[in-house]
Design a protein around this ligand. Structure first.
Ligand code: LLP
Length: 419
Protein backbone atom coordinates (compact mmCIF):
# COMPACT_ATOMS: atom_id res chain seq x y z
CA UNK A 1 0.00 0.00 0.00
CA UNK A 2 1.61 3.24 -1.12
CA UNK A 3 0.89 6.59 0.52
CA UNK A 4 -1.41 7.67 -2.35
CA UNK A 5 -4.69 5.77 -2.17
CA UNK A 6 -8.21 6.36 -3.39
CA UNK A 7 -10.92 6.88 -0.82
CA UNK A 8 -14.11 6.51 -2.74
CA UNK A 9 -13.39 8.34 -5.96
CA UNK A 10 -10.74 10.68 -4.62
CA UNK A 11 -7.00 10.21 -4.39
CA UNK A 12 -5.48 11.01 -1.00
CA UNK A 13 -1.93 11.38 0.30
CA UNK A 14 -2.13 9.86 3.76
CA UNK A 15 -5.32 11.51 5.12
CA UNK A 16 -5.33 14.60 2.92
CA UNK A 17 -7.27 14.82 -0.34
CA UNK A 18 -5.04 15.91 -3.23
CA UNK A 19 -7.83 18.16 -4.56
CA UNK A 20 -7.61 20.12 -1.31
CA UNK A 21 -3.85 20.66 -1.71
CA UNK A 22 -4.19 21.57 -5.38
CA UNK A 23 -6.99 24.05 -4.66
CA UNK A 24 -5.18 25.66 -1.75
CA UNK A 25 -1.57 25.65 -2.98
CA UNK A 26 -2.09 25.67 -6.75
CA UNK A 27 -0.65 23.44 -9.45
CA UNK A 28 1.75 22.07 -10.47
CA UNK A 29 2.70 21.01 -6.96
CA UNK A 30 4.92 18.30 -5.49
CA UNK A 31 3.30 16.36 -2.65
CA UNK A 32 5.29 14.09 -0.32
CA UNK A 33 4.18 11.68 2.37
CA UNK A 34 6.21 12.01 5.52
CA UNK A 35 5.24 8.55 6.73
CA UNK A 36 6.35 6.98 3.45
CA UNK A 37 9.79 8.58 3.71
CA UNK A 38 9.98 7.20 7.24
CA UNK A 39 8.76 3.78 6.13
CA UNK A 40 11.29 3.60 3.30
CA UNK A 41 14.20 4.75 5.44
CA UNK A 42 13.37 2.29 8.19
CA UNK A 43 12.90 -0.57 5.72
CA UNK A 44 16.30 0.12 4.17
CA UNK A 45 17.97 0.46 7.55
CA UNK A 46 16.30 -2.71 8.87
CA UNK A 47 17.46 -4.65 5.80
CA UNK A 48 21.03 -4.15 7.02
CA UNK A 49 20.22 -5.03 10.62
CA UNK A 50 22.81 -7.12 12.34
CA UNK A 51 25.79 -5.66 10.50
CA UNK A 52 27.40 -2.43 11.63
CA UNK A 53 26.21 0.09 9.08
CA UNK A 54 25.39 3.68 8.31
CA UNK A 55 22.74 4.99 5.90
CA UNK A 56 23.98 8.18 4.28
CA UNK A 57 21.01 9.55 2.33
CA UNK A 58 22.01 10.85 -1.13
CA UNK A 59 20.94 14.47 -0.78
CA UNK A 60 20.82 14.96 -4.55
CA UNK A 61 17.70 12.80 -4.81
CA UNK A 62 15.61 15.37 -2.99
CA UNK A 63 17.35 18.23 -1.25
CA UNK A 64 14.40 20.30 -0.08
CA UNK A 65 15.01 21.35 3.53
CA UNK A 66 11.71 19.96 4.80
CA UNK A 67 12.55 16.55 3.35
CA UNK A 68 16.11 16.63 4.70
CA UNK A 69 14.69 17.51 8.11
CA UNK A 70 12.70 14.27 8.16
CA UNK A 71 15.87 12.30 7.37
CA UNK A 72 17.86 14.14 10.01
CA UNK A 73 15.22 13.17 12.57
CA UNK A 74 15.45 9.55 11.45
CA UNK A 75 19.16 9.60 12.23
CA UNK A 76 20.43 9.43 8.65
CA UNK A 77 23.87 10.55 7.54
CA UNK A 78 24.28 12.28 4.18
CA UNK A 79 26.04 11.70 0.90
CA UNK A 80 26.71 15.09 -0.68
CA UNK A 81 28.24 16.14 -3.98
CA UNK A 82 28.57 19.87 -3.45
CA UNK A 83 28.97 22.49 -0.76
CA UNK A 84 25.46 23.58 -1.60
CA UNK A 85 24.22 20.19 -0.45
CA UNK A 86 26.36 20.41 2.68
CA UNK A 87 24.83 23.82 3.38
CA UNK A 88 21.33 22.38 3.04
CA UNK A 89 22.14 19.37 5.24
CA UNK A 90 23.51 21.56 8.02
CA UNK A 91 20.58 24.00 7.67
CA UNK A 92 18.27 21.02 8.14
CA UNK A 93 20.04 20.22 11.43
CA UNK A 94 22.23 17.43 10.06
CA UNK A 95 25.43 16.39 11.76
CA UNK A 96 28.61 17.15 9.73
CA UNK A 97 30.26 14.03 11.08
CA UNK A 98 27.77 11.84 9.23
CA UNK A 99 28.54 13.47 5.87
CA UNK A 100 30.47 11.88 3.04
CA UNK A 101 31.49 14.02 0.10
CA UNK A 102 31.39 12.33 -3.31
CA UNK A 103 32.01 13.65 -6.82
CA UNK A 104 34.77 13.81 -9.41
CA UNK A 105 35.25 17.57 -9.39
CA UNK A 106 35.61 18.95 -5.88
CA UNK A 107 37.39 22.32 -5.89
CA UNK A 108 40.06 23.30 -3.37
CA UNK A 109 37.63 25.86 -1.93
CA UNK A 110 34.98 23.16 -1.49
CA UNK A 111 37.51 20.86 0.18
CA UNK A 112 38.45 23.59 2.65
CA UNK A 113 34.83 24.40 3.48
CA UNK A 114 34.04 20.73 4.04
CA UNK A 115 37.15 20.26 6.19
CA UNK A 116 36.28 23.32 8.27
CA UNK A 117 32.76 21.96 8.74
CA UNK A 118 34.25 18.69 9.99
CA UNK A 119 32.65 16.26 7.55
CA UNK A 120 33.11 12.53 8.08
CA UNK A 121 34.81 11.45 4.85
CA UNK A 122 35.84 12.51 1.37
CA UNK A 123 35.21 9.96 -1.37
CA UNK A 124 38.23 10.65 -3.57
CA UNK A 125 37.86 9.88 -7.27
CA UNK A 126 41.31 10.44 -8.81
CA UNK A 127 45.04 10.65 -8.12
CA UNK A 128 45.06 14.39 -8.79
CA UNK A 129 42.16 14.93 -6.40
CA UNK A 130 44.05 12.98 -3.74
CA UNK A 131 47.07 15.29 -4.07
CA UNK A 132 44.85 18.37 -4.01
CA UNK A 133 43.05 17.25 -0.86
CA UNK A 134 46.33 16.36 0.86
CA UNK A 135 47.58 19.88 0.11
CA UNK A 136 44.42 21.64 1.30
CA UNK A 137 44.36 19.57 4.49
CA UNK A 138 48.02 20.29 5.28
CA UNK A 139 47.60 24.00 4.57
CA UNK A 140 44.79 24.02 7.10
CA UNK A 141 46.60 21.90 9.67
CA UNK A 142 44.10 19.06 9.31
CA UNK A 143 43.96 15.44 8.30
CA UNK A 144 41.17 14.64 5.86
CA UNK A 145 39.50 11.26 6.28
CA UNK A 146 39.30 9.63 2.90
CA UNK A 147 37.86 6.76 0.99
CA UNK A 148 39.01 5.96 -2.53
CA UNK A 149 36.18 5.47 -4.99
CA UNK A 150 36.88 2.50 -7.20
CA UNK A 151 35.29 1.77 -10.52
CA UNK A 152 34.63 -1.97 -10.40
CA UNK A 153 33.74 -2.15 -14.12
CA UNK A 154 30.44 -3.97 -13.74
CA UNK A 155 27.40 -3.31 -15.88
CA UNK A 156 24.56 -2.02 -13.70
CA UNK A 157 22.08 -2.67 -16.53
CA UNK A 158 20.36 0.67 -16.23
CA UNK A 159 19.96 3.78 -18.43
CA UNK A 160 23.40 4.76 -19.84
CA UNK A 161 23.18 8.28 -18.35
CA UNK A 162 22.95 6.85 -14.83
CA UNK A 163 25.46 4.00 -15.21
CA UNK A 164 28.56 4.95 -13.29
CA UNK A 165 30.56 1.78 -12.62
CA UNK A 166 31.83 0.91 -16.09
CA UNK A 167 35.42 1.61 -17.03
CA UNK A 168 34.31 4.08 -19.74
CA UNK A 169 32.56 6.21 -17.08
CA UNK A 170 34.26 9.18 -15.45
CA UNK A 171 33.81 7.89 -11.91
CA UNK A 172 36.33 6.37 -9.53
CA UNK A 173 39.68 4.74 -10.30
CA UNK A 174 40.60 1.23 -11.38
CA UNK A 175 41.27 -1.42 -8.75
CA UNK A 176 44.97 -1.44 -9.65
CA UNK A 177 45.30 2.33 -9.35
CA UNK A 178 43.33 2.31 -6.10
CA UNK A 179 45.92 0.09 -4.46
CA UNK A 180 48.66 2.59 -5.30
CA UNK A 181 46.57 5.55 -4.20
CA UNK A 182 45.89 3.90 -0.85
CA UNK A 183 49.66 3.56 -0.34
CA UNK A 184 50.17 7.21 -1.29
CA UNK A 185 47.42 8.28 1.09
CA UNK A 186 48.83 6.17 3.92
CA UNK A 187 52.19 7.90 3.44
CA UNK A 188 50.75 11.41 3.25
CA UNK A 189 50.66 14.00 6.01
CA UNK A 190 47.23 15.44 5.23
CA UNK A 191 45.15 12.32 4.72
CA UNK A 192 43.82 9.52 6.91
CA UNK A 193 42.64 6.37 5.14
CA UNK A 194 39.15 5.42 6.29
CA UNK A 195 37.52 3.38 3.56
CA UNK A 196 36.87 2.35 0.01
CA UNK A 197 33.72 3.00 -1.97
CA UNK A 198 31.85 2.52 -5.21
CA UNK A 199 28.58 3.66 -6.69
CA UNK A 200 27.86 1.75 -9.87
CA UNK A 201 24.65 3.38 -11.03
CA UNK A 202 21.10 4.29 -10.22
CA UNK A 203 17.70 2.58 -10.61
CA UNK A 204 19.27 -0.88 -10.50
CA UNK A 205 16.66 -3.61 -10.82
CA UNK A 206 18.82 -6.63 -9.98
CA UNK A 207 21.08 -7.53 -7.07
CA UNK A 208 23.79 -9.18 -9.20
CA UNK A 209 25.61 -5.97 -10.22
CA UNK A 210 25.87 -5.04 -6.54
CA UNK A 211 27.15 -8.46 -5.52
CA UNK A 212 29.60 -8.62 -8.47
CA UNK A 213 30.99 -5.22 -7.50
CA UNK A 214 31.20 -6.19 -3.83
CA UNK A 215 33.15 -9.34 -4.75
CA UNK A 216 35.74 -7.14 -6.47
CA UNK A 217 35.81 -4.83 -3.49
CA UNK A 218 36.40 -7.74 -1.13
CA UNK A 219 39.45 -8.78 -3.20
CA UNK A 220 40.81 -5.25 -3.03
CA UNK A 221 40.29 -4.95 0.72
CA UNK A 222 42.14 -8.24 1.22
CA UNK A 223 45.03 -7.03 -0.96
CA UNK A 224 45.14 -3.79 1.00
CA UNK A 225 45.33 -5.76 4.24
CA UNK A 226 48.46 -7.40 2.81
CA UNK A 227 49.84 -3.91 2.13
CA UNK A 228 49.26 -3.13 5.80
CA UNK A 229 46.31 -0.83 5.09
CA UNK A 230 43.36 -1.44 7.35
CA UNK A 231 40.01 0.11 6.50
CA UNK A 232 37.26 1.22 8.84
CA UNK A 233 34.47 1.03 6.29
CA UNK A 234 33.39 -0.01 2.84
CA UNK A 235 30.81 2.14 1.08
CA UNK A 236 28.69 0.48 -1.60
CA UNK A 237 26.95 3.65 -2.79
CA UNK A 238 23.27 3.88 -3.59
CA UNK A 239 21.44 2.68 -6.65
CA UNK A 240 18.65 0.39 -5.52
CA UNK A 241 15.76 0.87 -7.93
CA UNK A 242 12.07 1.44 -7.25
CA UNK A 243 8.91 0.31 -9.02
CA UNK A 244 7.75 2.92 -11.52
CA UNK A 245 4.68 0.87 -12.31
CA UNK A 246 5.60 0.03 -15.88
CA UNK A 247 4.79 -3.61 -15.27
CA UNK A 248 8.14 -4.90 -16.52
CA UNK A 249 9.26 -6.57 -13.31
CA UNK A 250 9.86 -5.39 -9.79
CA UNK A 251 13.25 -4.30 -8.48
CA UNK A 252 14.56 -6.19 -5.46
CA UNK A 253 13.05 -5.03 -2.19
CA UNK A 254 15.39 -3.50 0.38
CA UNK A 255 15.11 -6.79 2.28
CA UNK A 256 16.26 -8.80 -0.76
CA UNK A 257 19.02 -6.29 -1.37
CA UNK A 258 20.06 -6.62 2.28
CA UNK A 259 20.29 -10.39 2.06
CA UNK A 260 22.38 -10.27 -1.13
CA UNK A 261 24.69 -7.52 0.13
CA UNK A 262 25.18 -9.21 3.48
CA UNK A 263 26.19 -12.50 1.86
CA UNK A 264 28.63 -10.79 -0.52
CA UNK A 265 30.18 -8.74 2.27
CA UNK A 266 30.51 -11.59 4.76
CA UNK A 267 34.32 -11.89 4.50
CA UNK A 268 34.69 -8.24 5.46
CA UNK A 269 32.07 -8.05 8.17
CA UNK A 270 34.07 -10.69 10.02
CA UNK A 271 37.03 -8.29 9.91
CA UNK A 272 34.94 -5.71 11.78
CA UNK A 273 34.56 -3.37 8.83
CA UNK A 274 31.53 -1.08 8.85
CA UNK A 275 29.18 -0.86 5.87
CA UNK A 276 28.23 2.57 4.52
CA UNK A 277 25.42 3.04 1.99
CA UNK A 278 24.25 6.06 -0.01
CA UNK A 279 20.64 5.41 -1.01
CA UNK A 280 18.61 8.23 -2.54
CA UNK A 281 15.78 7.12 -4.79
CA UNK A 282 14.65 4.19 -2.66
CA UNK A 283 14.18 6.51 0.33
CA UNK A 284 12.14 9.30 -1.24
CA UNK A 285 11.03 8.10 -4.68
CA UNK A 286 7.68 6.52 -3.86
CA UNK A 287 6.84 9.15 -1.26
CA UNK A 288 6.36 11.91 -3.80
CA UNK A 289 4.03 12.84 -6.64
CA UNK A 290 3.68 15.76 -8.99
CA UNK A 291 0.09 16.98 -9.17
CA UNK A 292 -0.75 18.85 -12.32
CA UNK A 293 -3.97 20.25 -13.80
CA UNK A 294 -5.26 19.57 -17.29
CA UNK A 295 -5.46 22.76 -19.32
CA UNK A 296 -6.66 21.53 -22.69
CA UNK A 297 -7.15 18.44 -24.79
CA UNK A 298 -6.57 18.29 -28.50
CA UNK A 299 -6.44 15.77 -31.26
CA UNK A 300 -4.59 16.11 -34.52
CA UNK A 301 -4.32 13.70 -37.45
CA UNK A 302 -1.85 11.52 -35.58
CA UNK A 303 -2.44 11.83 -31.86
CA UNK A 304 -4.47 12.83 -28.85
CA UNK A 305 -2.78 15.24 -26.45
CA UNK A 306 -3.53 16.07 -22.84
CA UNK A 307 -1.95 19.45 -22.13
CA UNK A 308 -1.22 19.98 -18.43
CA UNK A 309 0.19 22.90 -16.42
CA UNK A 310 3.29 20.97 -15.27
CA UNK A 311 6.19 20.67 -17.69
CA UNK A 312 9.63 19.22 -18.33
CA UNK A 313 11.17 21.95 -16.17
CA UNK A 314 9.24 20.51 -13.21
CA UNK A 315 10.01 16.85 -13.91
CA UNK A 316 12.84 16.18 -16.35
CA UNK A 317 12.97 12.42 -16.04
CA UNK A 318 10.61 11.39 -18.86
CA UNK A 319 12.41 13.43 -21.49
CA UNK A 320 15.94 13.03 -20.14
CA UNK A 321 15.94 9.28 -19.44
CA UNK A 322 12.83 8.15 -21.29
CA UNK A 323 11.58 7.42 -17.80
CA UNK A 324 8.12 6.01 -17.20
CA UNK A 325 6.11 7.51 -14.33
CA UNK A 326 2.76 6.12 -13.23
CA UNK A 327 -0.26 8.39 -13.75
CA UNK A 328 -3.79 8.45 -12.37
CA UNK A 329 -6.68 10.87 -12.34
CA UNK A 330 -7.04 12.47 -8.92
CA UNK A 331 -10.82 11.94 -9.03
CA UNK A 332 -13.08 9.31 -10.59
CA UNK A 333 -10.56 6.75 -11.83
CA UNK A 334 -13.15 4.36 -13.22
CA UNK A 335 -13.88 5.53 -16.72
CA UNK A 336 -12.90 4.49 -20.22
CA UNK A 337 -9.24 4.82 -21.11
CA UNK A 338 -7.75 6.44 -24.18
CA UNK A 339 -4.21 6.65 -25.51
CA UNK A 340 -2.82 10.14 -25.05
CA UNK A 341 0.43 12.08 -24.95
CA UNK A 342 0.62 13.99 -21.68
CA UNK A 343 2.51 17.17 -22.48
CA UNK A 344 3.34 20.51 -20.87
CA UNK A 345 3.28 24.11 -22.08
CA UNK A 346 7.02 24.35 -22.90
CA UNK A 347 8.04 25.04 -26.46
CA UNK A 348 9.85 21.77 -27.10
CA UNK A 349 8.69 18.46 -28.43
CA UNK A 350 10.68 16.94 -25.57
CA UNK A 351 8.24 18.49 -23.13
CA UNK A 352 6.23 15.39 -22.32
CA UNK A 353 5.43 13.27 -19.28
CA UNK A 354 4.13 10.28 -21.22
CA UNK A 355 3.58 9.19 -24.77
CA UNK A 356 0.74 7.01 -26.00
CA UNK A 357 -0.31 6.36 -22.44
CA UNK A 358 -3.61 4.58 -21.85
CA UNK A 359 -5.25 6.86 -19.31
CA UNK A 360 -8.81 7.44 -18.18
CA UNK A 361 -9.87 10.33 -20.43
CA UNK A 362 -9.38 13.54 -18.45
CA UNK A 363 -11.35 16.74 -18.92
CA UNK A 364 -9.90 20.24 -18.83
CA UNK A 365 -9.64 21.42 -15.23
CA UNK A 366 -9.13 17.92 -13.81
CA UNK A 367 -6.07 16.92 -11.78
CA UNK A 368 -3.51 14.31 -12.79
CA UNK A 369 -1.29 12.44 -10.33
CA UNK A 370 2.22 11.66 -11.63
CA UNK A 371 3.67 9.18 -9.16
CA UNK A 372 7.08 8.00 -8.00
CA UNK A 373 8.34 11.56 -8.40
CA UNK A 374 9.86 12.10 -4.97
CA UNK A 375 13.39 11.41 -6.19
CA UNK A 376 15.11 13.51 -8.87
CA UNK A 377 11.90 15.46 -9.46
CA UNK A 378 12.03 18.78 -7.64
CA UNK A 379 15.80 18.42 -7.24
CA UNK A 380 16.29 18.57 -11.02
CA UNK A 381 13.66 21.22 -11.69
CA UNK A 382 14.67 24.39 -13.51
CA UNK A 383 13.23 27.76 -14.44
CA UNK A 384 13.26 27.07 -18.17
CA UNK A 385 10.73 29.24 -19.98
CA UNK A 386 10.85 31.46 -16.87
CA UNK A 387 8.52 29.11 -15.05
CA UNK A 388 8.69 29.48 -11.27
CA UNK A 389 9.57 26.15 -9.70
CA UNK A 390 6.62 24.27 -8.26
CA UNK A 391 5.84 24.43 -4.55
CA UNK A 392 6.39 21.37 -2.39
CA UNK A 393 4.09 20.06 0.30
CA UNK A 394 4.81 17.56 3.05
CA UNK A 395 1.78 15.64 4.28
CA UNK A 396 1.72 14.12 7.71
CA UNK A 397 -1.49 12.36 8.68
CA UNK A 398 -4.37 14.75 8.18
CA UNK A 399 -2.33 17.92 7.87
CA UNK A 400 0.17 19.31 5.43
CA UNK A 401 2.92 21.92 5.35
CA UNK A 402 4.13 23.90 2.35
CA UNK A 403 7.84 23.14 2.72
CA UNK A 404 8.75 25.22 -0.30
CA UNK A 405 6.58 28.00 -1.67
CA UNK A 406 6.14 28.59 -5.37
CA UNK A 407 8.86 30.93 -6.62
CA UNK A 408 7.88 34.47 -7.45
CA UNK A 409 8.87 36.31 -10.63
CA UNK A 410 10.75 38.78 -8.47
CA UNK A 411 12.89 35.91 -7.11
CA UNK A 412 13.55 34.69 -10.62
CA UNK A 413 15.16 37.96 -11.67
CA UNK A 414 16.65 38.93 -8.29
CA UNK A 415 20.25 38.33 -9.37
CA UNK A 416 19.94 39.94 -12.77
CA UNK A 417 20.80 43.39 -13.98
CA UNK A 418 19.70 45.54 -16.89
CA UNK A 419 22.52 47.28 -18.78
N1 LLP B 1 25.93 7.98 -4.38
C1 LLP B 1 26.46 8.59 -5.45
C2 LLP B 1 27.90 8.83 -5.50
C3 LLP B 1 25.63 8.95 -6.52
O1 LLP B 1 26.17 9.53 -7.59
C4 LLP B 1 24.23 8.69 -6.46
C5 LLP B 1 23.35 9.05 -7.55
C6 LLP B 1 23.72 8.09 -5.30
C7 LLP B 1 24.60 7.73 -4.28
C8 LLP B 1 22.26 7.80 -5.10
O2 LLP B 1 21.78 6.90 -6.03
P1 LLP B 1 20.29 6.34 -5.90
O3 LLP B 1 20.21 5.52 -4.66
O4 LLP B 1 19.37 7.49 -5.84
O5 LLP B 1 20.11 5.55 -7.12
N2 LLP B 1 18.81 11.87 -12.03
C9 LLP B 1 18.80 10.44 -12.25
C10 LLP B 1 19.56 9.69 -11.18
C11 LLP B 1 20.98 10.17 -11.04
C12 LLP B 1 21.74 9.46 -9.96
C13 LLP B 1 23.05 10.11 -9.74
N3 LLP B 1 23.80 9.57 -8.64
C14 LLP B 1 17.36 9.95 -12.34
O6 LLP B 1 16.44 10.76 -12.27
O7 LLP B 1 17.14 8.77 -12.54
Amino acid sequence: MGPFQYRGNELFCEDVALTKIADEVGTPVYVYSRSDIERAYKAFDAALDGIPHEVCYAVKANSTLGVLGVLVQLGAGADIVSIGELYRWLRAGGDPDGVIFSGVGKTAAEMKTALDAGIGCFNVESGEELLALDKVAQENGKRAKISIRVNPDVDPQTHPYISTGLKQNKFGVSMAEARQLFRDAANSKGLAVAGVDFHIGSQLTKTSPFTDAIARLVDLVQQLAKDGIKLEHVDIGGGLGIDYGKGDGLPPSPAEYGVAVRAALAPLIDLGIKLVTEPGRVIVGQAGALITRVLYRKRNEAKHFTIVDGAMNDLMRPTLYSAYHPMKPVTNPDRPAQATDVVGPICETGDFFARDRELPALDAGELLWIGAAGAYGSAMASNYNTRPRAPEVLVSGSSYTVIRARETYEQLVANEKLV
